[in-house]
Structure formats: structure tokens, C-alpha cells
Design a protein around this ligand. Structure first.
Ligand code: GDP
Ligand code: GDP
Length: 431
């Protein structure tokens, strides 16, 4: 999947652009709380080419004290990691010093860059874009994200420069991404997992050029740890260790299973939540590793459980392991859990089993209705694994609402468990 990063000062309209491009796609709604979450990235396609746009501003830790520094860092990482960059400036305010600073970083790199002058709501203002030529980033593209002007032309140009799509997931292995905030202990856990095993460091053909993965063979199974080089490479920019969200997205895209590493002594932070959301939205299996368990005392134990319950409820299906990479505690449980989750992820249930499920649900009599219409479940079939996806045939799909879907999902889980993996339900009309 190609990744396109959006960079620029705050308020230039980056998230408006992402939303505009996303329009027509269902909003990401946390079905449990009914809240629509921020959308900092969106998977989309244009002229038959699919790609993901990432608003790096929204995804990276905002160091509010030093906003421009954090934007500079985003720009830096975006050019390192993305396939193309959309650099947004504000046509209303005109060129500002911070725009020049960002342009200076972008100009040093050879990635395709689209300089976009936003907020040109009125065609007669198109000429205003020319003052931005001085940034030295080529022809400015005039758009109005608010009114949807110029976006189509921009996307036409964008898809021309994106690399051809390639198969990202490697077959025949369990693809594992170790993800988490800086200092949570990802590298330490990775080292423990690779420690005693037979390790092949490999540059898997077809994957991103600078990604080095490690394949571990263990008990007749192969595990591919994604981007182990990226995990180990210490990226320090001006003393701050920085974490590239684009890189995380890439890793998650290639993963079957995400190991979300948390620092137990700090609880669940907003960034952990974002990472978990992405893993969930991208249909990966998820395991939560509560690392640094050695630092836990009674007080932070309470905080930890509270924040897990509150902030990661949408992945309550994920198994949670307490580990300490430092003390080598709990680590031996990780591989068996990966195996379990992988089994569930790729599990195909039989049609008779599904019939039993449908019968059991019907017996319970839970249903939805509107006016005289009442939902009738007819039968179901599993149309996909990785993650398990079920198609339910019903008399009237329009009756299905979020609550009923949630109920069905929980019934599917009661029946089949599917520990650690998202379960997808689809509906089709059958009379
Ligand atoms: P971000 O901080 O770069 O993500 O900027 P936002 O997308 O949050 O937009 C900042 C403000 O600019 C919001 O009030 C938007 O409504 C406004 N805005 C965004 N695009 C346009 C546009 O094309 N025209 C005008 N007039 N306002 C816009
Ligand atoms: P990463 O940035 O997520 O890859 O984190 P590292 O693996 O580099 O670890 C960050 C810091 O946390 C290092 O100083 C580690 O020694 C320390 N650390 C990692 N795991 C543990 C643990 O289980 N317990 C404690 N107390 N420290 C740990």
C-alpha cells in the first residue's frame, strides 16, 4: 500500500483535505461508545490505485510547547517514510516563515512533493498561488478543501507518481509487527523473542526497500518479524527519539498480528490508543503486552487496569500478557499466544457449525424490527479468513443497526471465541 503524507503548519486545512478525500466513506465510529474518532489517515483509491493518506500532524505526539519543532520533525519523518508528500500551505495567510522552514526540509529529499495552496475558495483567487513558487517546490496546486475544488486534479497527478502496488503480506509465515510508543520496550521484547531462536535476517523480495525483516523458525512454524531494522535503528532528531507514524502504518499493513507494547508503569496513552485503532481498523489480530511489569506497584496497577478498560475497550477481544523484557519474565508466553491468535485469525469454521450458530441466535429470539418489518436471519457463510469474515443472509439488511451488529458479533465470539482477532460481519438480502 502506498503511503502519502500530508504535512504543513497547523490550521492550513490538512484534516479538511483528508476528510474531503474520505467523503463517501463511512466514518470510523467506535461502535461501543458511538463516538466518531478523529481520522488522521484514510485508505482510499483514485483511478483504480489505492493508497493511504496520513495526516502526520494528527498522528504524531504533539509537543505543544514546541509546535514548530514537532512539525519539522513530522516533515522530516514524512519524507523518509512516505512514497509521496502533500505539503499544504494557506492561500489566505500567504507565505509564512514556518512554511519556508518545512520547505527547506522537503527540498533536501527526492520524494515526489505536491505543493498545495489551500483555501483558494474563489477561482479568481487562483493567481494567489504563484507567490508560493518561491518555495522552490515546483508548480503550486490551487485547491479549496472546503469546497472540494482542485482535489480531483491533485489526486490525478498524485496517483501518477505512486509506485505500483505490491503484495505486502508474506505468505506461509505468521507476520508479526511489534508496535508501541518510544521506550515502551519494543526493541527489548524483539531481542528477547529473537534471542534463542534460529534467526534469518532477510530482505524479503517485494517489500519496501529499506525494510529488513527477521524470520524466526520455531517448532515447525515460521514467524516474520516486520521491520526489525526499523525497531532497532535509533532515530534521534535533535536529541528527541522520534517515532514515525508512517512507518507504523506500513508495518501494520503487512502484519497478521500486532503486538502492542505498553509501558505498564505509564498506563495507556492517547498514542497507544491511536496505534490500537489503526491495528483494529486494518483488520489485524492484536495482543497487548504489558511490559515493564517489574515496575508495577499497587497504585499504578489500579491506574493501569482502569486505563486499559477505558481506553482500549474497542479491542477488548485482545489477549493481555504481563511481561518484563528486562527481567525476562512472561516472555515465554508470547510465542504460544501468537500461535493461538494466528490460529483464530486464519480459522475457517464449517457450514454446519455456522448453522448451529444461526439456530442458537434464532432460538434466543433477539431481533430487530421497524414497523411491520422484522429481521429474519436465514443462514450464514464464512467468506474469508485473516480476519474471519461472515456473510449473513437476511430478509431485510436495512434493519441491521449498530446495536444488533454488536450483539451478533458477541454471539459469534461466544460460539467461536476468535480471541485476539477482529470479526467482520456482512449482510445480504435473500428472500
Ligand atoms: P489542519 O490543522 O491543517 O488540519 O487544518 P484544519 O483542516 O483543521 O482546518 C483549519 C481551518 O481552516 C478550519 O477552520 C477549516 O474549516 C478551514 N479550512 C480548511 N480548508 C479550507 C478551505 O478550503 N477554505 C477555507 N476558507 N477554509 C478552510
Ligand atoms: P523501544 O523504544 O520501545 O524499542 O524501547 P527499548 O526496548 O529501547 O526500551 C526502552 C528502555 O526501557 C530501555 O532503557 C530498556 O532497558 C527499558 N526496558 C525495556 N523493557 C523493560 C522492562 O521490562 N522493565 C524495565 N524496568 N525496563 C525496561
Amino acid at each position: 500500500m502506498s503511503l502519502v503524507a500530508i504535512v504543513g503548519r497547523p490550521n492550513v486545512g490538512k484534516s479538511t483535505i483528508v476528510n474531503r478525500i474520505a467523503s463517501g466513506q463511512p466514518a470510523i465510529v467506535d461502535e461501543l461508545s458511538g463516538v466518531t474518532r478523529d481520522r488522521n489517515y484514510i485508505k482510499t483509491d483514485w483511478s483504480g490505485k489505492s493508497f493511504t493518506i496520513v495526516d502526520t500532524g494528527g498522528l504524531i505526539f504533539d509537543d505543544k510547547e514546541n509546535l514548530i519543532e514537532s512539525i519539522r520533525q513530522q516533515a522530516f519523518l514524512a519524507v523518509e517514510e512516505a512514497d509521496a508528500i502533500i505539503f499544504v500551505v494557506d492561500g489566505k495567510t500567504g507565505l509564512l516563515h514556518d512554511d519556508k522552514e518545512i520547505a527547506n526540509i522537503l527540498r533536501q529529499k527526492t520524494k515526489p512533493i505536491f505543493l498545495v495552496v489551500n483555501k483558494l475558495d474563489d477561482i479568481s483567487k487562483e493567481l494567489d498561488k504563484f507567490s508560493f513558487y518561491s518555495l522552490g517546490l515546483g508548480e503550486p496546486h490551487a485547491i479549496s478543501a472546503m469546497h472540494g475544488l482542485g482535489i480531483g486534479d491533485l489526486l490525478d497527478e498524485l496517483v501518477k507518481v505512486l509506485p505500483p502496488e505490491k503484495v505486502e503480506k508474506v505468505e506461509g509465515v505468521i507476520n508479526v509487527a511489534i508496535i508501541g510508543r518510544p521506550n515502551a520496550g519494543k526493541s527489548s521484547i524483539c531481542n528477547r523473542l529473537l534471542g534463542e531462536e534460529r534467526v534469518i535476517v532477510s530482505n524479503i523480495p517485494g517489500t519496501t526497500r529499506d525494510t529488513i525483516d527477521t524470520v524466526v523458525e520455531r517448532g515447525g512454524k515460521s514467524y516474520l518479524f516486520i521491520d526489525t531494522a526499523g525497531l532497532r535503528r535509533r532515530k534521534k532528531i535533535k536529541g528527541v527519539e522520534y517515532y514515525g507514524m508512517v512507518r507504523v502504518l506500513r508495518a501494520i499493513d503487512r502484519a497478521d498480528i500486532v503486538l502492542l507494547v505498553l509501558d505498564s508503569s505509564e498506563g495507556v496513552t492517547g498514542q497507544d490508543q491511536k496505534i490500537a485503532e489503526i491495528a483494529n481498523d486494518r483488520d489485524c489480530g492484536v495482543m497487548v503486552l504489558l511490559n515493564k511489569w517489574d515496575l508495577i506497584d499497587a497504585e499504578n496497577l489500579n491506574n493501569l487496569y482502569h486505563s486499559l478498560e477505558k481506553k482500549l475497550r474497542f479491542i477488548s477481544y485482545a489477549p493481555v500478557l504481563k511481561v518484563s523484557a528486562l527481567k525476562n519474565k512472561g516472555i515465554s508466553k508470547i510465542y504460544p499466544m501468537i500461535d493461538k491468535v494466528a490460529n483464530e485469525y486464519f480459522r475457517q469454521v464449517s457450514t454446519p457449525q455456522l448453522n448451529n450458530l444461526v439456530q442458537a441466535i434464532k432460538t434466543k429470539g433477539h431481533t430487530v424490527s421497524k414497523g411491520r418489518k422484522k429481521l429474519n436471519l436465514l443462514y450464514a457463510t464464512q467468506i474469508k479468513t485473516g480476519p474471519p469474515t461472515f456473510l449473513f443472509f437476511v430478509n431485510e439488511p436495512s434493519l441491521i443497526n449498530v446495536y444488533f451488529k454488536r450483539y451478533l458479533t458477541s454471539e459469534v465470539r461466544k460460539f467461536f471465541s476468535f480471541k485476539g482477532v477482529p470479526v467482520k460481519l456482512l449482510f445480504r438480502k435473500k428472500s
